[in-house]
Write a protein that binds this ligand. Sequence first.
Ligand SMILES: [Mg+2]
Length: 228
Amino acid sequence: MREKRKGEKQRKKENNTEKIFFEMDDNTRKIKFIFDLDGTVTSEETLPLIAKQFKVEQEIEKLTQETVQGNIPFVESFIRRVFILGKLPVNEVADLLETTKLYPKLVDFIQKHAGNCAIATGNLECWSHKLLKKIGCESYCSDAVVENNHVVKLTKILRKEQVVEQYQKEGYTVVFIGDGNNDLEAMRVADIAIAVGMTHNPSKSILPITNYLIFSEEALCRQLNQLL
Ligand SMILES: [Mg+2]
């Protein structure tokens, strides 16, 4: 029997129905770029921004540093963060986050290739939806119940690796781009992991599983275009 060639149509008997499938080669693969939000697509961290505006800076700064360094597990950090920030008016937080500074060339890439891009952020949807709409690709967030304009209950903490796995099951080659300890699992599961050190140095924990380490927006856009 001759070897099957890449890109060749194959026929396969399955459950008594004959399926035609196409074995994808490098030119026909489906690729999905999944981006962390904070410090990866935004050029400033959103949490300190909220903290400054609502004067809970010290509590949040301490928590952010510990989390970025990997000293506090992400889930614990997240719950503590929501406890501190949940009291703030949700609409005001969303309006503030809409003004977060972004990497313009990267956002341009995302908008040009929106079908190939997604954002995975641990931040709550009710805080981030305006900012995410501005970026303009599909997104995955954590969820909470909001009552009287305040967060009253966490209902989902996003596990970014599950977003990666979902796309892989759909046949995508997944590239994950992140900078923090909370991106570690997603980057480990992804087919290609890109660590960025554009806003701050990438968390040390992600370096061993990183395929590319990138320190500028231009270099990142160049790399993404090469992977397309
Ligand atoms: Mg980040």
